[in-house]
Design a protein around this ligand. Structure first.
Ligand SMILES: Cc1cc2nc3c(=O)[nH]c(=O)nc-3n(C[C@H](O)[C@H](O)[C@H](O)COP(=O)(O)OP(=O)(O)OC[C@H]3O[C@@H](n4cnc5c(N)ncnc54)[C@H](O)[C@@H]3O)c2cc1C
Length: 499
């Protein structure tokens, strides 16, 4: 009997790269995605990819910056791998046809972003790095004979047998569930942004991977560490909130409050280029006392440097050469996730995780800007290589899932009011700042919402489950660190407790 193929869930950079690596090592794979191949956070990435390729830079320096940003929680070995293997992944991308921006000397253009001590962010199409990258990889994937791409299909459940993940339940849009057996499942499902009222993450970022993994007993770790992007465009009711990249601050834009005062320097001497959590709190504070704006009027050739952002602003009637840009912090990135080893294995046999859904240890309590696309490439590559060396084997045929054959009941569509309440709750009480009181309140309210949700609304239940897990983890960590700020445990507080 032929060995079932690995199934990769998600077509962001991590899923695409895993599929490509497996295929290039001669292993056929199935790539499943909820919407189209192009619907992912990866396709939206603006700033670029951090990689030590510039003069005077080194993987060691990139590692030191990554560890400094992590607030003491990064795993040094994971960071060493990230920064040492990064350059080779970029050379491979170039060989596959990816086109990055170059200077007049023909060398790769390297931008500076927050908390990097060297210019090391490579980018494509100005601020359209993700789109350029994904369209290059999409072409490779679509043409590869060993990769089967299944779009408009959701993974709703992981199926286990003898303590091992043995397959998935797939729900094609408008169809009925089918169980598909697999030699290995690789979750590459991205982030959790849609659990929050203000987020930069696409609509597909509904935390599915964390829920799927938790339900089969795989360990989640560090999920209280969430990064809020300080400068999402603040337009009430707009979901997702469009991002104004850090690169704009790197190019000289400043943050001002309602009286026109530059406020970031009063929070940190690095001002607008301080780590994201510091700037996000500064923006949240200005926002709560009247508003925060980004002033990019002094940037020369804004539209040439940031064509995507210019077009997005124009759609909302804003011209960065003339107007101040209203901004607010938005949930942007999850540092923690499904615990993996350095080859993407989770704690549950048969299950791998790569990209934002995974917790590899490279980010610790806070992510250094533009390290996530690199993490997606480097650790997806390691997972693909390790799987191609040895695919897991299992005894006996897999039993179909109990939900096989059932169509979507549509119950989730009727739960929008519940999810709306959940998102507001998470932003208000488990957001940029948290406390015992706010977290307890969130737990109680999430319990209430869970009880009010019909059993068949499984998407809503999954989101409420993950919202509850984040809240519990945030309550458990009685200190302020990186992206997790407890007002009842300020950073210098003697009350800090080991967790
Ligand atoms: C606006 C924006 C700008 C960013 N800019 C940068 C940047 O410049 N540099 C940088 O390093 N990082 C950046 N980031 C972060 C970075 O883009 C993400 O962390 C990274 O792309 C995540 O890649 P991924 O492959 O893990 O997941 P994603 O790219 O999010 O892909 C997840 C995939 O999983 C699919 N999926 C989810 N659930 C299911 C399911 N149940 N069944 C089937 N499919 C499913 C989704 O449809 C999607 O295809 C940015 C993020 C955003 C939102």
């Amino acid at each position: 009997m032929p060995t079932p193929r690995p199934i990769i869930v998600g077509t962001g950079i991590a899923g695409l790269w895993t599929a490509w690596r497996l295929a290039s090592e001669g292993v056929s794979a199935v790539l499943v995605t909820k919407e189209t191949l192009a619907d992912s956070a990866s396709a939206w990435a603006q700033g670029g990819i951090a990689v030590a390729l510039g003069p005077g830079d080194s993987p060691g320096q990139h590692a030191a910056d990554t560890i400094a940003a992590s607030d003491g929680l990064a795993d040094p070995e994971a960071v060493r791998i990230l920064t040492n293997e990064g350059p080779d992944r970029i050379y491979e991308l170039l060989a596959l046809g990816a086109v990055f921006d170059r200077g007049s000397d023909g060398k790769l253009g390297l931008a500076l972003e927050a908390a990097h001590t060297r210019p090391r962010i490579i980018h494509a199409g100005g601020d359209r790095t993700g789109a350029a990258l994904i369209s290059c990889l999409a072409q490779v994937i679509r043409e590869h004979p060993q990769i089967e791409l299944v779009e408009h299909t959701e993974v709703t459940e992981l199926v286990t047998q003898n303590g091992q993940v043995a397959g998935v339940t797939l729900l094609p849009q408008g169809g009925t569930r089918v169980t598909q057996e697999s030699s290995a499942i690789v979750l590459a499902t991205g982030g959790v942004g849609q659990l929050y009222a203000v987020t930069t993450n696409p609509r597909v970022a509904t935390a599915d991977g964390w829920a799927l993994a938790h339900r089969v007993g795989a360990q989640l770790r560090d999920i209280e560490f969430l990064q809020f992007h300080p400068t999402a465009l603040r337009i009430p009711g707009l979901n997702p909130a469009p991002l104004i990249s850090e690169a704009v601050r790197g190019a000289g834009a400043i943050l001002v409050d309602q009286s026109g005062r530059r406020f970031a320097l009063t929070f940190d001497s690095r001002g607008e280029l301080a780590p994201r959590d510091v700037v996000a709190r500064a923006v949240a504070s200005a926002d709560s006392s009247g508003g925060a704006w980004l002033d990019a009027r002094a940037i020369q050739d804004f539209s040439a440097r940031f064509p995507g952002i210019t077009a997005m602003l124009a759609r909302h009637g804003l011209d960065p050469r003339r107007s101040l840009l209203p901004v607010a912090p938005a949930l942007h990135y999850a540092m923690g996730g499904i615990q993996t080893d350095l080859e993407g294995r989770t704690t549950k046999p048969g299950l791998w995780a790569v990209g934002e859904v995974a917790r590899t240890g490279v980010h610790g309590a806070n992510r250094l800007a533009s390290n996530s696309l690199l993490e997606g490439l480097v650790f997806a590559d390691r997972a693909g290589r390790s799987l191609s060396r040895k695919l897991p084997t299992r005894q006996g045929a897999m039993k179909p899932s109990s939900t096989s054959g059932t169509p979507d009941s549509g119950a989730d569509e009727k739960c929008e009011a519940i999810r709306h309440e959940m998102r507001n709750l998470m932003t208000a009480h488990v957001g940029v700042q948290r406390s015992e009181v706010s977290l307890l309140l969130a737990e109680q309210e999430l319990d209430r919402l869970t009880r009010a949700t019909p059993r068949e609304a499984w998407r809503t239940h999954n989101q409420l489950l993950v919202a509850g897990l984040i809240t519990q983890a945030a309550r458990g960590r009685r200190e302020s660190r990186g992206g997790h700020r407890r007002t009842d445990y300020p950073p210098d507080s003697l009350k800090q407790e080991a967790v």
